[in-house]
Design a protein around this ligand. Sequence first.
Ligand code: SF4
Length: 125
Amino acid sequence: MPRRNGMEHKALQFIVTMGNDGVLQSELWRKLDATSREGSRIALKLEKKGLIRRERELCEGRWTYRLYPNRQPPSINSIIDCPCLMCPEDSRCGAWSTISPNNCRKLTNWILGIKEEEMNPSGDS
Ligand code: SF4
């Protein structure tokens, strides 16, 4: 049992690292040193848990599956323009402080996707 869970975990990690390119089922089992039967069972389990999706693909004249992760780990690009990263109030900001993310307009606007120029078209601060 622990071996199979370990295999599932390793399989999922590998599928996630392949990202949008996905990975052929056979390639994954070679990488994990698993049999195709064992591998198919793991892929089905991961799909049932909603962690991956399988898409049929014709490869060298044989039907197989390409496995894709349903979720990607967040990338640094998703927070690169977060106002907190360059905020002069950073050291004084905290959940229970007067300056707080709970009532920060800059952060709220960033989360909602509202650009500062849209809030203040004249450029006044
Ligand atoms: S929540 Fe607002 S005040 Fe606090 S660090 Fe982020 S941008 Fe600055």
